[in-house]
Design a binder for this molecule. Structure first.
Ligand code: SAH
Length: 272
């Protein structure tokens, strides 16, 4: 049984170009790489929860130093990363939202699944949106992402979006992987918008694998949390470990997932 993801290796790039890529059985997407995700997951109710445009202006645009101090600078372009972008619908919606609020934004969407990224690239209609196939947990992820920042004269992102991806990282990489995930984001950005899945989603994902007779998530039994309360406690501990400050609970979307705004240690030195 092949349970590895359709990574962007040279082999899977060939699959992207080829005619019949190997897909997991419907529903057995062990990285959350569901094929028709956006048929079932509305993007509007999540974009609506994002902080108001004024928040981005004050905390992100205005806090970039102007190259010529005496001259009023043009609005700063924000640079964002969307981790686990699937086929890119939410990434594109976020980009349109910023443009409609008059905030120029460049956004890079990354996903572990080459087929989904190919679809995202085929559908992209905005020049400020780019998609790349990349496993954020791989050792090469930082060096693969760095050129995107360098091209824009930045050392870090203004904001990283991580919608409904933390559970897949947790299930596939365990507690240590979840910590690495948060630590990497903390080092790479000024703010993080995080939509962590609740514990019941872990149970549903594990049940789905059993039902489809797919291998279990090897880390599931060993996670230090086994209910909602202990998952929340673990996340709080990891925020503290990586000096992430929860600055706002942005609310809950239509299907009851919370959206959190976290400040990274680097934001504190830039902004204050
Ligand atoms: N963020 C989107 C899609 C969530 S589904 C939204 O909320 O609308 C989770 C996505 O994360 C899947 O497309 C899956 O392929 C991707 N993913 C899981 N692990 C990943 C990893 N290590 N690196 C990059 N993407 C990953």
């Amino acid at each position: 049984m092949n349970s590895s993801p359709p990574h962007c290796t040279s082999v899977s790039r060939a699959f992207v170009r080829g005619s019949s890529p190997p897909r997991p059985p419907p529903g057995a997407a062990r990285w959350g790489n569901f094929n028709n995700y956006y048929r079932f997951h509305d993007t509007l109710s999540r974009v609506q929860l994002l902080p108001a445009a004024d928040w981005f202006r004050t905390h992100l645009q205005d806090s970039h130093p102007s190259p010529i101090a005496s001259r009023p600078s043009a609005p700063t372009r924000l640079v964002a990363l969307d981790i686990g972008c699937n086929s890119g619908d939410l990434t594109q919606h976020i980009a349109r939202h910023f443009v409609s609020e008059d905030i120029p934004l460049d956004i890079l969407g990354i996903d572990i699944d080459a087929h989904l990224i190919q679809r995202a690239q085929d559908q992209v209609a905005q020049p400020n949106v780019r998609f790349e196939c990349l496993d954020f947990m791989s050792s090469e992820s930082s060096s693969r992402i760095q050129p995107y920042l360098t091209e824009r004269g930045r050392s870090r992102f203004d904001v990283i979006f991580a919608f409904s991806v933390s559970m897949w990282i947790h299930l596939n990489h365990g507690d240590a992987g979840l910590s690495t995930f948060l630590g990497r984001m903390a080092a790479m950005s000024r703010y993080i918008v995080l939509e962590p899945q609740p514990w019941r989603c872990y149970q549903t994902a594990a049940r789905r694998m059993r039902k489809l007779k797919e291998p279990e998530f090897e880390h599931m039994k060993h996670l230090s949390c086994q209910d909602e309360l202990s998952l929340t406690k673990l996340l709080d501990e990891l925020y503290a470990r990586h000096n992430l400050k929860l600055i706002q609970d942005l609310g809950t979307n239509d299907w009851n997932r919370r959206l959190l705004l976290l400040e990274c240690p680097s934001a504190m030195s830039v902004h204050r």
